[in-house]
Every structure is written in C-alpha cells, then in structure tokens.
Design a protein around this ligand. Structure first.
Ligand SMILES: Cc1cccc(C)c1Nc1c(-c2c(F)cccc2F)nc2cccc(C)n12
Length: 233
C-alpha cells in the first residue's frame, strides 16, 4: 500500500484545530461540583444546565477558531452553530466522560446524571453512545477534527451557501482519513467507524429535542444561551 503522508497544510490545519479544541475546556469546577456534594434531582438538573451552558460557550469559541469558519456567510455561521450544537455537545461530553475523568469519577457523574430527572428513554441511548465513543479510543486529534466535521455539516437547516461549507468539511475529512490510517494502521475501517458515529449523533439530537420539550412542560428553567441556541421559548 502506498505510504500515507500528511501535507504541510494538513498538519498545520490539524494543529490549529487541536489547539482550539484544547484551549477551550469546560471549567472543571462545574463538573467537580457535580462529583462532590449530594444533590436533589432539582439541584442536579440546575448543575447540568450550568454544565450544558458552559459546553455551548466552549463550542462557540472552538467553532470560531476552525480555519475558514469566520469567512463563511454570517447567517450560515449561525445556522451551522444552531444545527450542530447538540451533536457537538454529545461528542464532547462523550469524550470528557470516557477520557478526562478517572474511572471512579465517571461512575459518580453517571449516577448524578441518572438522578437528575432525565427520562430513561433518553438516558439509555445517551450512555450507549458514550460507551461506543469510549470503545473507539480516539486520539485527541481525531476527536477535535471529528467535532469540526460535525459542525461543518452542509445539510443543516437554513444553510444557503452549501458549497462553501462542503469545501471546508471535505478538507477536514481528508485530514481525518489520513489521520485514521496513521493512528490505527491495523484497523482498515476505523475511519468508516468514526463517521458511523455521526449517524448515531443525529438520532441522539432528536431525543434531545424531545427531552427539551418535556423539560419545558415540567417548567424546568434554562439559561438565555440555551434558549437562544435551541429556540426554546
Ligand atoms: C451537561 C449534561 C451532561 C449529560 C447529560 C445531560 C442531560 C446534560 N445536560 C444537558 C444537555 C446535554 C449536554 F449538555 C451534553 C450532552 C447531552 C445533553 F443532553 N442538554 C441540556 C439542555 C438543557 C438542560 C440541560 C441540563 N441539558
């Protein structure tokens, strides 16, 4: 098989994305709070709302640092952010969940999330997704580029300049394809498996929309940022 090499540009692009991905980390104090004290379901939910809000802020900052994103049409930038936030959040929290925390912590965080009044029919698919991401053992470069690919999805609702987004996403896909061959030489289909996760993300985002509605019905409060990004009244 021919030797797979990254071009200078591809290495520079990858570095820019990984730096942005690592630069904007979720404040650990919120996650820590969730791990420490004993909380009621109500307080747990408030903490998760705080965590979700900071995750959205972190994602907006990361997105702005994706090379080429800010030169897209302004309204398309908004359409991409609104359309991809839930999926990018699932990816990031799956990675935080399976990598960042020592094992004991993950169990405690899982406990807290299960006890925050979130419907079971949402819990199961969410934790299955976390597990399936964990099993991939992605390197951080793969995580960062896969998140960028999720954000640069040309077929999000209300995107006008399809082509411009497609060109950016294609550049990322080419980098990810080479990266997978270099990082997982034994697994021929590793790249395909990664992209398969993006399909699972779409299903999760439908669950998430239903969950938002049911929380709204039970009069749960959200922050202004979450209301804006997900058009919650
Ligand atoms: C921070 C967190 C971690 C794990 C599970 C959950 C339910 C949350 N919290 C929320 C999520 C969310 C997310 F932040 C990441 C992944 C999947 C998600 F459902 N979305 C929302 C939207 C409104 C309010 C909250 C509390 N919320």
């Amino acid at each position: 098989r021919e030797k797979v090499e990254m071009t200078k540009e591809q290495r520079a692009l990858m570095k820019a994305i990984v730096d942005a991905y690592n630069r904007h980390q979720i404040p650990q104090d919120v996650a820590k709070k969730l791990l420490q004290e004993q909380y009621s379901a109500e307080e747990n939910f408030l903490l998760l709302t705080e965590m979700a809000t900071s995750q959205v802020q972190v994602l907006v900052e990361f997105t702005k640092n994706i090379p080429g994103f800010l030169s897209l049409d302004r309204e398309d930038q908004i359409a991409l952010l609104k359309g991809s936030t839930v999926e990018a959040m699932f990816l990031r929290s799956a990675q935080v969940f399976s990598r960042k925390m020592p094992n004991g912590h993950t169990v405690v965080l899982e406990e807290r999330i299960r006890k925050s009044g979130i419907p079971d029919e949402f819990m199961t698919p969410m934790f299955n997704f976390y597990k399936s991401i964990g099993e991939l053992h992605m390197v951080q470069e793969e995580q960062a580029i896969l998140t960028a690919i999720t954000i640069l999805m040309p077929d999000r609702p209300y995107v006008k300049d399809h082509q411009a987004v497609e060109r950016l996403q294609e550049t990322m896909l080419n980098v990810l394809r080479k990266l997978c061959v270099l990082q997982h030489p034994q697994e021929q289909q590793y790249f395909a498996r990664l992209l398969g996760r993006l399909t699972e993300l779409r299903t999760l985002s439908h669950y998430h929309a239903e969950m938002l509605t049911s929380w709204k019905m039970n009069d749960h409060k959200f922050t202004p940022l979450l209301c804006e990004i997900w058009d919650v009244q």
